[in-house]
Design a protein around this ligand. Structure first.
Ligand SMILES: Nc1ncnc2c1ncn2[C@@H]1O[C@H](COP(=O)(O)OP(=O)(O)OP(=O)(O)O)[C@@H](O)[C@H]1O
Ligand SMILES: [Mg+2]
Length: 365
């Protein structure tokens, strides 16, 4: 039965290339109007999944539908609902922006006044109106070219826009333009966006799917992902006094508390300490009270810290590795004819460790 709420329904989709399983029996749904991020290490199968969703590749097995219409039987019909911006979007370098968008709009069935209206609208939405629309695509900078790709994806009033790494190689200004564009269209258009820029996914997306080795290893809102992959409480304390005494006293409050880092002393004699606790109740209040009560210590600041999407990504992909492969068992990526490096357990552990250090001073709300 068709569920009216879902724009995309994917059921046990698998794609193999020879002996390589690029997508391994994945199932997920995306609701109308959602902005969903699609994450995964290199070679995880994101682009393959997106290409199947857009009708450019066929799955080896499984089913999928867009707006309740099955892709297998009606791919021509389904494609009308989708705007796709591929990875490394190939654009005709000798056409002008305006010409190209008109040409693509016509190919997608728009004509006359409707075509003009839509092309003008997407030019404005993507901030390509004014001088850029008359420029030759080959002479545009990367940021403009990416925006031409997005304009093309939007031109035929799609219900679903699939963007494969839309912010790759862009400077922060261009990234903000793309983020604003998603904001403008939020609710009207459903977005499925892959990216390695996790802060972007964190900013723009309602939900994220994390893929590893062709399988979905995590799915949910940031809060849900945190609950699943990082349920512990982490907090930072800025305090003055003997660091050994401070650490020991705080750790005495509850056997679950673990010290994760300790910073250098500042000019005023304070230093930051970071702690993590699996389930110590009211731990921040009790820590603050302890440091205030003790005449040999002073409390400067105390704050809770939340793991960001990058930390969750590392944990989710690592957890799936640990389940499927004993940690450390694989040094080299096995059997990927493209040569794309999939994350290796050892590399990830190291990265997770350095990330933890970098994160120590990061304040999150
Ligand atoms: N046409 C193809 N023929 C053979 N193997 C392929 C083909 N397309 C993809 N693959 C393989 O399928 C796997 C998934 O590739 P895919 O491009 O979907 O990953 P990805 O998650 O998009 O990676 P990236 O983050 O690097 O873009 C890889 O091992 C890749 O080499
Ligand atoms: Mg890709």
């Amino acid at each position: 039965m068709v569920n009216e709420d879902f724009l995309i329904e994917v059921d046990q989709l698998t794609k193999t290339f020879g002996r390589k399983k690029a997508v391994d029996c994945i199932s997920f749904q995306i609701r109308k109007g959602e902005v969903v991020g699609f994450l995964g290490p290199n070679g995880a199968g994101k682009s393959t999944t997106m290409r199947i969703l857009c009708g450019l590749l066929t799955g080896t097995s499984g089913r999928m539908s867009v707006c309740g219409i099955p892709m297998a039987q009606y791919s021509h019909e389904v494609k009308k609902y989708i705007g796709y911006m591929p990875e490394n979007n190939p654009l005709p370098l000798d056409l002008r922006v305006y010409e190209y968008l008109r040409f693509r709009g016509k190919l997608k069935g728009l004509e006359g006044a409707r075509l003009k209206k839509r092309v003008d609208l997407v030019l404005e939405l993507c901030d390509l109106h004014r001088s850029a629309e008359q420029r030759i695509i080959g002479n545009l900078s990367k940021g403009y070219r990416q925006r031409v790709g997005i304009a093309e994806a939007l031109v035929a009033e799609p219900k679903l826009v699939v963007m494969d790494e839309p912010t790759i190689g862009l400077d922060p200004h261009q990234v903000i333009i793309i983020r604003d564009l998603i904001e403008k269209l939020r609710g009207e258009v459903t977005f499925f966006i892959s990216s390695h820029v996790l802060s972007e996914i964190e900013n723009s997306c309602d939900r994220a799917l994390i893929l590893n080795h062709g399988r979905i290893v995590a799915e949910g809102t940031l809060t849900e992902l945190r609950e699943n992959f990082a349920p512990e409480i982490s907090f930072e304390v800025k305090a003055k006094g003997d660091p050994r005494e401070i650490s020991a006293q705080i750790q005495k409050l509850d056997s679950n508390i673990e010290k994760t880092d300790e910073g250098a002393v500042d000019k005023a004699g304070f230093r930051w300490f970071s702690f993590r606790s699996a389930k110590a109740k009211d731990i921040m209040e009790r820590t603050a009270a302890l440091l205030v009560r003790n005449s040999r210590t002073s409390l400067g600041e105390i704050r809770e810290t939340h793991p960001d999407l990058e930390e969750i990504f590392i944990r989710a992909t690592q957890r799936s590795w640990e389940i499927e492969t004993p940690l450390g068992a694989i040094e080299e990526d096995a059997g990927d004819e493209s040569g794309k490096g999939q994350m290796k357990p050892k590399a990830k552990s190291k990265r997770a460790r350095s990330k933890k250090k970098r994160n120590v001073r990061r304040k999150t709300s």
